[in-house]
Write a protein of this length. Structure first.
Length: 231
């Protein structure tokens, strides 16, 4: 049994990988892990080193090997498009690795809707065709509020694909339109046969794109991590 960790900018997500199966962990604490027969930890981290160190200490798993996965020029039949492959975000790299196994022989457009929203394209031969990065739904709104004097926002987000009639709805609806518009524009490029969504905001965004044939893959990043174990 292996512990899989996706350490993001705002939080960490965890799962267990055992005999080909992935099961998410809702509570990541030393108490929840201490009775498990763990062999090693495989993790991806886009946060800074101090956050990683604090997590390692909190989980009390110093006795296990920790394997950090980084983006590569090529692995498992997937070729990175970056001239400096290590600069591709590891979460994007893992999404490509997972998609290449899940949709073997098909071209894929991967939307990862988190703090940032990323779109990546993978052709049917496993070549990464490049991608886009943009602020996610909340980050877009925060940016506008922080950089302007008279625009404000409320929580929770209740966006609609309609014109707003006061500042909050104008902001929220506009940011939603920007993201869904980018996704539609990406799909219109006709570089993929399959449209895959993952990330925390994926369920919400999918609901605003009912006409698109979307394959939700909430475990995509963990499936990419598992490729380094289940080769």
């Amino acid at each position: 049994m292996y512990l899989l960790l996706d350490i993001g900018n705002t939080r960490e997500k965890a799962a267990l990988f055992d005999q080909g199966e992935i099961r998410t962990l809702s509570h990541l604490t030393a108490d929840t892990l201490k009775t498990l027969p763990l062999a090693a930890v495989y993790f991806a981290c886009v946060a800074d080193d101090s956050r990683l160190s604090a997590l390692q200490k909190r989980l009390a798993l110093d006795h296990l090997p920790w394997h950090q996965i980084s983006s590569q020029a090529k692995a498992f039949g997937v070729t990175n498009s970056y001239a400096e492959p290590q600069r591709l975000g590891v979460d994007r790299w893992l999404g490509l690795l997972a998609a290449s196994r899940l949709y073997r022989g098909q071209s894929v457009m991967i939307v990862d809707a988190g703090t940032a929203l990323t779109i990546d394209w993978l052709d049917k031969e496993g070549n990464h065709l490049g991608g886009w990065i943009m602020p996610g739904l909340r980050l877009q709104q925060q940016s506008v509020v922080q950089q302007t004097a008279k625009v404000f926002n409320t929580e929770p987000i209740d966006a609609q694909l309609l014109p707003g009639t006061e500042t909050v709805s104008c902001l929220q609806n506009g940011c939603l339109a920007a993201l869904t518009g980018a996704i539609r524009q990406g799909w219109l490029l006709e570089k993929a046969q399959v449209l895959v969504f993952t990330g925390g905001d994926a369920p919400s965004l999918i609901s605003y794109l009912p006409d698109l044939d979307i394959s939700p893959e909430p475990l995509l990043i963990f499936q990419g991590l598992a490729r380094y174990i289940d080769q």
